[in-house]
Every structure is written in structure tokens, then in C-alpha cells.
Write a protein that binds this ligand. Structure first.
Ligand code: M6R
Length: 369
């Protein structure tokens, strides 16, 4: 039931705040993270020396974001790998490796086979999944469910923000169990997590219409580029994937620092480029570098659409459009900044008269390898 929305995707984007809230719900107690599903696993978390995250598509990008949080809060090295690539090399995995799989459906064959291979090699497996009782969680040693609710549209939206949320909960939990996380950092992070739904809602309430307008003006665009740095980089990749899958136009995400190593050659007058601008309150250096990237591409005629936090005036002289997001500390920005990109991809596909719920050639759950 679309509940009065024009598409399942529109409904699911509107549920992004709730997907985060429900994934956090019941997992914060007395100011700390409590994940009942992980009871009794402290020894496992204390004994690992490495995490490998395995997933495909949008879930893989959630994993790329999660790497920053797990490394920062739990101080364990994390590799994030496409599940279908993992199995076809000779991965170095053992009993001190924790393999975290991420899958909305829990049925993605590539991810399932990779989890089985990791288990065969002796790794401990933990599944982050949105579907109760699906195959991947059943094959795993531990499960952390996302509570995004059923996702019907082929393009993953609310499950993505719920996956990042679950990874953050896991990172905070493991960080505490390993004694790697300062209580003050845990406290601030929990506050940030709990504040997220209202911030995402703010984007939907205040920017959705403008983003939809923008996407309608851009209905005949043939290529869009997305740039990001740090946690903004996986968001750039996610923005590009969503645009490809929904509107069938060429879209590519780059790490902003990579521009001068090749992609800047693509910039010609009129080329639309989304730039995820990190908060100047996080790292002033990173912020300045991204602003200078914007200047460079603008000087070559790019049409810059900046996704920047409210009050960031540094981008104004160079950006053609600024999509505003509420302030959040750096690790939490991606959960908010991705929302304009979801709205944009949906808007552009709608402007082209395409079916946003069922894009051509794609299935919601990819159960073949
Ligand atoms: O069900 P899963 O999370 O395992 O699915 C993984 C990908 O197939 C999925 O995220 C796909 O990339 C989406 N269509 C992206 O919107």
C-alpha cells in the first residue's frame, strides 16, 4: 500500500527519519548502547583483530560509511569489500576476523555465498539485515536487524540510512566492549543518533520541493557527477548509483581528492556536479579542500550543486545551487546529506516519466550470482 504517495519510493523516502528512529529504538538504555541480540558475545568482540564488511550495491556504500565509525570508535581495522569479489580470490580470513554482512533483503546470493565462504574459512559472521528470518541472518553467528520496515521500491533508500545506523550502533557497542570508546564520545554519539530523525525530517520538510524543482529543470541532463570526501565519498557513490538505476543517465561518484588525478578532464561547460561539502566544524582543512575543488570545477564551467550545512557561507560564491542540511557532527552528516540525493534521483526519473519503483532490468532482490 502506497499510503497515498505517488510511488513506494516516495513513501519510503518519507520514512527515512522513522527508519533511523526505529533502528535506534530500544537500543539506548541508561545513556549506553544495549543490543540484546549481541548478549554473550563480548568475548568474541574482544578477540577479533579485524573486520571485513561484505555487501553489494547500496548496502556496500553503507559499509563504506560504517568503516569510519568502526575504526574511530572501536579502533579495529576494517576492510569493506563487494561480496561478489570476495569469494573469487584467496581471502586472508581466520578465527579473529569478524565478517559483517549487510543486506536489506537478506537473500542477495552474492552476499550469501561470501558469508558462507567466510564461515568456511573460520571467520565469525554477523549479519545486518532488514528482513526477519531471511537466509543470510540464518547463516550468520549473530544478527543486528535494521528496523526500516518493508522496502518495496527497487531503489534502496530507507534501508540505507537504517544500515548506517545499525553499523554505528554496532561500532559504539564494540568500542565499549573493547574499552576503546571514551564515555563522553559515546554519550555525544548517542545524542547525535537520537537527533538524526528530526534533522532528516527537516530536509524533507524544507528542501524537498526545491530539489524536485531542480530535478525537473534537469530532465534532459545526460550525465551527472558526484564528489565527496571522507564519509561524503560513499554518499557521492550512492547518489550516482541511485541516479543511474532510476533515470538511466550516466552518473559517477568520485572522491573529491581524486579529481586532479583524472576525472577533472570530464568537466566541460554546463556539466552538473553535486558536491558533498563537509562541515567546516569537523575538519577546517577538509572543508577548505572541498571548497577549492568547487572553485576548480567551476572555473571550468561546471554547474555546481553543493550539499552543505546550514550557515556554511564559503560555498555561496561558487555554487550554482546550495542544498541545505542541518548541522551534525562529521560522522553523522552522511545520514542527512544522502536524503537530497535520493529526492533528486527520484525527481529526475519522475521528470523523465519513468517508473521509479521498478526500473528496467533490475530486481529488488538479486537471488542469482
Ligand atoms: O538486499 P540487499 O541489500 O542485499 O541488496 C543489495 C543491492 O542489490 C541493492 O542495494 C541495490 O544496489 C539497490 N537496487 C540500490 O538501490
Amino acid at each position: 500500500d502506497k499510503g497515498g504517495w505517488p510511488s513506494f519510493m516516495a513513501k519510503e523516502v518519507s520514512e527515512e527519519p522513522e527508519a533511523v528512529a526505529k533502528t535506534v529504538l530500544g537500543r539506548v538504555k541508561d545513556g549506553g548502547i544495549v543490543i540484546p541480540e549481541l548478549d554473550g558475545l563480548d568475548e568474541l568482540f574482544q578477540g577479533i583483530d579485524r573486520v571485513i564488511v561484505l555487501a553489494c550495491g547500496t548496502a556496500y556504500y553503507a559499509g563504506l560509511v560504517g568503516k569510519y565509525a568502526i575504526e574511530q570508535w572501536a579502533r579495529i581495522p576494517v576492510d569493506v569489500e563487494l561480496a561478489h569479489e570476495f569469494r573469487y580470490r584467496d581471502p586472508i580470513v581466520g578465527s579473529t576476523t569478524l565478517v559483517v554482512s549487510i543486506s536489506q533483503s537478506g537473500e542477495t546470493m552474492d552476499t550469501l555465498m561470501a558469508v558462507k565462504e567466510a564461515a568456511r574459512l573460520g571467520a565469525k559472521t554477523l549479519s545486518i539485515c532488514n528482513t526477519q528470518g531471511a537466509t543470510i541472518p540464518r547463516e550468520s553467528d549473530a544478527i543486528v536487524y535494521t528496523h526500516a520496515g518493508p522496502e518495496v521500491a527497487v531503489a534502496s533508500t530507507k534501508a540505507f540510512v537504517a544500515q548506517i545506523t545499525a553499523l554505528y550502533l554496532l561500532a559504539l557497542h564494540v568500542g565499549r566492549v573493547r574499552g576503546a570508546l571514551a564515555p563522553s564520545v559515546a554519550e555525544e554519539s548517542i545524542d547525535e543518533l537520537e537527533a538524526l530523525p528530526a534533522k532528516i525530517q527537516w530536509v524533507l520538510d524544507n528542501e524537498q520541493e526545491r530539489i524536485e524543482q531542480l530535478s525537473h529543470w534537469m530532465g534532459d541532463t545526460r550525465s551527472v557527477l558526484f564528489l565527496g570526501r571522507h564519509v561524503g565519498y560513499p554518499i557521492a557513490l550512492e547518489g550516482a548509483l541511485k541516479l543511474k538505476e532510476l533515470s538511466y543517465i550516466h552518473a559517477e561518484g568520485f572522491a573529491a581528492g581524486e579529481l586532479k588525478h583524472g576525472p577533472i578532464a570530464l568537466i566541460e561547460p554546463g556539466q552538473p556536479v553535486f558536491v558533498m561539502v563537509p562541515s567546516p566544524r569537523g575538519s577546517a582543512t577538509l572543508h577548505a579542500k572541498v571548497v577549492s575543488n568547487i572553485e576548480e570545477i567551476r572555473a571550468r564551467g561546471a554547474r555546481v550543486i553543493a550539499v552543505a550545512e546550514e550557515g556554511d557561507a564559503a560555498v555561496l560564491p561558487f555554487a550554482d545551487e546550495v542544498l541545505r542540511v542541518p548541522l551534525a557532527s562529521p560522522l553523522f552528516e552522511p545520514l542527512i546529506a544522502v536524503v537530497p540525493l535520493h529526492i533528486f534521483a527520484m525527481g529526475l526519473a519522475t521528470a523523465k516519466g519513468l517508473d521509479v519503483d521498478q526500473p528496467r532490468n533490475l530486481a529488488k532482490s538479486v537471488t542469482v550470482e
